[in-house]
Design a protein around this ligand. Structure first.
Ligand code: BES
Ligand code: ZN
Ligand code: ZN
Length: 500
């Protein structure tokens, strides 16, 4: 979908669908008022009938006289007070989704506050249009024809910077869609080596370096945990390293340390010999959602100016059952030398992350953030409303929570008390990978990771509660939603601003 910003009165612009944002309340203004005038009161009539109240999820489809567009969609934006980029993005997403469902080939939108969108609004519109338009159609014969062209209309003069921001927003949206496509892909077609190939493509496109460690390379390094998880599969594990140099000079005298993001890349999780129940096992193709978020972040990094090096680490494996698979009771040695008794082969994500956190240290990072669909227990604790945030660093917690709020990707802080790690101490080996208790499952998993993150400024996001959407949302259909990409983009943006 091509996205652009154009100065044009909304009444005279031809389009298959014209979408106009309407705020709740007595007085019409901006685009809604202009539309009402052009159509001799069509907007007021719908509001007066009570069929459309301009609440955030309200829409109304009209076929009025007085505009050149084939149809008009009123998009509710809620009250004007407190409305910001998030509301603008949601309205743009809603418009793009309806356009797609209507089979519209061209879409024009006016969902911003004034005569022309501000930079922030333009960014939100670009991102929202692309996200709302997203469907995973690779495996369908009836994927509706997508909208070819989407324009944001401005009645006033358009600043060059706004046009650039719109394009930037669209690139970010596409990065999120790329991550969604990765996670939605059936595991048969996204084995570790294929995930590595996709990561390489993204790296190339954004000027980052990609290095992929194969089994012999991991053996040489001593990544016993990744190797153990991958051993049961015909599709061997990979360890993917993405590395992007700073894109702007740091302030004089400053040498900002690299930021490392780590994503769990289990392309399918059967549980291994600690086999999962059959119900819902198909969802475990999403067990590489953390990896997808990291790769999506690199795709979005084209829109970021960072004064520090950005490193992405993706340990990837398929957790399978076979004659060669790891068995409960086996003991492995992690990259940092810690020995781990694998008491439960289904607690594989923490094993992959253990080696990735060990590997992260070689970059002497300022901060490390990992994203992982790590535990079912996090959804028991938080429902689907938030991902779990675990860190010992209060400032880092505040940074990430704020970024999540701004992105519409909520985090809720969870504890990392010492007692949880005590539960993971082993008898045969230094640690066990599961204490075989359900209570506090997300916290003991995080504490296990904390052992391997010793000395790092580190946060862990357990995204098992949020990585895929169960019902439709304006900005995401059912399925993988690439949780984390937008959050990380905003977090890095804030970090860069603080250091610039
Ligand atoms: N990939 C799962 C976690 C998961 C479960 C993600 C449901 C999304 C939805 C992870 O590898 C796992 O199996 N964790 C176990 C840990 C247990 C064995 C200690 C779990 O959550 O049951
Ligand atoms: Zn598992
Ligand atoms: Zn898993």
């Amino acid at each position: 979908m091509e996205v652009s910003l154009r100065r044009s009165p909304l009444a005279t612009r031809p389009a298959d669908l014209l979408a106009v944002g309407v705020h709740e309340g007595q007085k019409l203004s901006g685009a809604a008022l202009a539309l009402d005038r052009a159509t001799r009161g069509a907007v007021r009539a719908v509001l007066a009938a009570g069929d459309f109240r301009a609440k955030p999820d309200d829409t109304a489809l009209l076929y009025p006289k007085g505009v050149r567009a084939k149809r008009v969609l009123l998009v509710g934006m809620g009250p004007r007070a407190g409305s910001g980029p998030a509301q603008t993005a949601a309205a743009a997403a809603r418009a793009a989704r309806e356009a797609r469902e209507l089979g519209a080939k061209s879409l024009a939108v006016a969902v911003h506050e004034g005569d022309a969108p501000s930079e922030q609004e333009a960014l939100a519109i670009g991102e929202g249009l692309v996200l709302g338009h997203y469907r995973h159609t690779a495996y369908r014969r009836d994927g509706k024809p997508p909208v070819a062209r989407a324009e944001a209309l401005a009645s006033g003069s358009v600043a060059k910077t706004a046009a650039l921001s719109l394009a930037r927003g669209a690139v970010r949206g596409e990065a999120v869609c790329l991550a969604r496509d990765l996670a939605n892909t059936p595991s048969q077609d996204l084995v570790p080596d294929r995930l590595a190939a996709r990561a390489r493509e993204v790296a190339k496109a954004v000027g980052a370096k990609a290095t992929v460690l194969d089994v012999p390379a991991m053996e040489r390094l001593g990544m016993g945990c990744v190797l153990a998880v991958g051993r049961g599969s015909a599709n061997p594990p990979r360890f993917i390293v993405l590395d992007k140099a700073p894109t702007i000079a740091p302030p004089k005298g400053a040498r900002p340390a690299p930021v490392v993001v780590v994503g769990k890349g289990v392309t399918f999780d059967t549980g291994g010999y600690s086999l999962k129940p059959r119900e819902g096992m198909g969802k475990m193709k999403y067990d590489m959602s953390g990896a997808a978020a990291v790769i999506g972040l690199f795709a979005a990094s084209a829109t970021l100016e960072l004064p520090f090096r950005l490193v992405g680490l993706v340990p990837s494996a398929e957790n399978m059952v076979s004659g060669g698979a790891v068995k409960p009771g086996d003991v492995v040695r992690a990259l940092d030398g810690t020995t781990v008794e694998i008491t439960n082969t289904d607690a594989e994500g923490r094993l992959l992350l253990a080696d990735a956190l060990g590997y992260a240290k070689r970059f002497e990072p300022g901060t490390v953030v990992d994203l992982a669909t790590l535990t079912g227990a996090i959804a028991i604790a938080l429902g689907r409303a938030a991902a779990g945030l675990f860190t010992r660093d209060d400032a880092l917690a505040a940074e990430l929570v704020a970024a999540g709020e701004a992105a519409g990707e909520r985090l809720w802080r969870m504890p990392l008390w010492d007692g949880y790690l005590a539960e993971m101490k082993g008898e045969t080996a230094d640690l066990v990978n599961s204490n075989e208790k359900r209570e506090g499952g997300s916290c003991t998993a995080a504490a296990f990771l904390g052992h391997f993150a010793r000395g790092l400024r580190w946060a862990h996001l357990d995204i098992a509660s949020t990585a895929w959407t169960h019902g439709e949302r304006a900005d995401s259909p059912k399925g993988a939603n690439a949780f984390g990409v937008r959050l990380l983009v905003r977090w890095l943006e804030a970090l860069a601003a603080a250091r610039a």
